[in-house]
Design a protein around this ligand. Structure first.
Ligand SMILES: NC(=O)c1ccc[n+]([C@@H]2O[C@H](COP(=O)([O-])OP(=O)(O)OC[C@H]3O[C@@H](n4cnc5c(N)ncnc54)[C@H](OP(=O)(O)O)[C@@H]3O)[C@@H](O)[C@H]2O)c1
Length: 321
């Protein structure tokens, strides 16, 4: 008898889901991995199918009728929604809600792993209610908990932090920039002491495998997924140490920050500002006691910032002013 679990993964072509399918497909004795994508014919979907030897199936979050066949026979589902496709909390919430409505009817489901973000409005007691890409995911979590209690009993929620990998895709925004006098400067709106949660998103699969294997410890629980709580000055200091270069941290003045925001869509600028203020004003909220701390789970090894920058030769990504 085949005892392997069928795991369906939304976002398999992306960073979170890509890490999950890569990790789980390395354990073929345990899992039958099914990657989901809105376009099975895309080069990325075809590459996953060939390289990992996994099935790729269509699941379009904008077409809930496509989801039933995508989840057919699945015992474990990894779910994410992508705010940045629509940049609309309303759209992300309606995608997530429709997703949960379909998942409720998956007969063999025994574990749902839901990629989420904190309820900023609740944590800040109403001070920061405009972190739209958090609130839409938190609203989906509340929908499961309040309206789908049987599904909630099978759910593990994971709160994602800042990805270390953001500095590979947007180096000028996430890394120190070389100035004319040869010094690298990290300019950021927050005070040098403000801690933010960080992780290598490539570790998502390892966390998900850990959670699946110890399911009973994690049902109805929320995991704060970060390897380290670091300030941007801490990160700059580590870069200086690892690469032996001069790096300074400089907190942007309110005027300089406003100037940066002026280049953004106003709604996204508000979302971004409140997200940062949340950590400045409410502290390192991911370490709150109601969340399981991924970096304290025995047997789960998560990449540190020092390891990440050394293994990616981060200095080669750093740009000049
Ligand atoms: N970057 C960060 O630091 C950070 C931190 C915390 C949380 N997040 C959250 O992470 C989420 C993005 O995840 P990611 O980083 O893995 O994104 P990503 O690498 O950009 O990949 C996006 C994934 O979403 C899938 N997708 C998009 N629209 C879809 C649709 N209509 N139907 C089905 N699948 C769809 C894409 O699949 P196909 O294109 O193949 O369909 C792709 O696999 C966002 O909601 C963001 O808020 C990001």
């Amino acid at each position: 008898m085949d005892t392997r679990k069928i795991v369906a993964v939304i976002g398999a072509t992306g960073k979170q889901g890509g890490s999950v399918v890569r990790e789980l497909s390395a354990h073929r004795d345990k899992y039958i991995v099914r990657g989901l994508t809105s376009d099975v014919a895309s080069p990325h979907a075809r590459e996953l199918k060939e390289k990992l030897g996994i099935e790729m199936r269509t699941a379009d979050l904008n077409a809930p009728e496509s989801l039933q066949a995508a989840f057919d026979g699945a015992q474990i589902i990894y779910d994410m929604t992508d705010f940045w496709q629509s940049r609309s909390a309303e759209t992300e919430f309606s995608q997530g809600k429709a997703l949960m409505d379909v998942i409720t009817g998956v007969p063999d489901l025994d574990h749902l792993i839901w990629a989420s973000l904190p309820d900023g409005a609740k944590i800040s007691e109403g001070r920061y209610s405009n972190i739209f890409h958090w609130q839409s995911k938190a609203a989906v979590t509340n929908y499961i908990r309040d309206s789908k209690p049987a599904l909630w009993e099978k759910t593990t929620e994971i709160l994602f932090p800042n990805y270390f990998e953001n500095c590979l895709t947007s180096p000028s925004r996430y890394l120190p920039v070389k100035t004319d006098d040869g010094v690298f400067v990290r300019s950021f709106p927050l005070s040098a002491e403000t801690l933010l949660p960080n992780v290598s998103i490539a570790d998502t699969g390892r966390l998900v495998d850990h959670v699946i294997r110890r399911k009973s410890e994690f049902l109805t629980k929320t995991i704060a997924f970060y390897s380290e709580a670091l300030s941007e000055r801490d990160k700059a200091d580590t870069i200086a140490r690892v690469f032996g270069i001069p790096v300074e941290y400089r907190q942007l003045t309110p005027r300089e920050f406003q100037h940066r925001l002026a280049q953004m869509d106003p709604t996204i600028a508000l979302d971004y500002t409140e997200q940062l203020m949340m950590f400045e004003e409410c502290g390192m909220i991911y370490s709150r006691p109601e969340f399981i701390q991924a970096n304290q789970l025995p047997g789960l090894r998560l990449t540190t910032w020092g390891e990440f920058i050394a293994s990616h030769d981060i200095i080669s990504y750093m740009v000049s002013k």
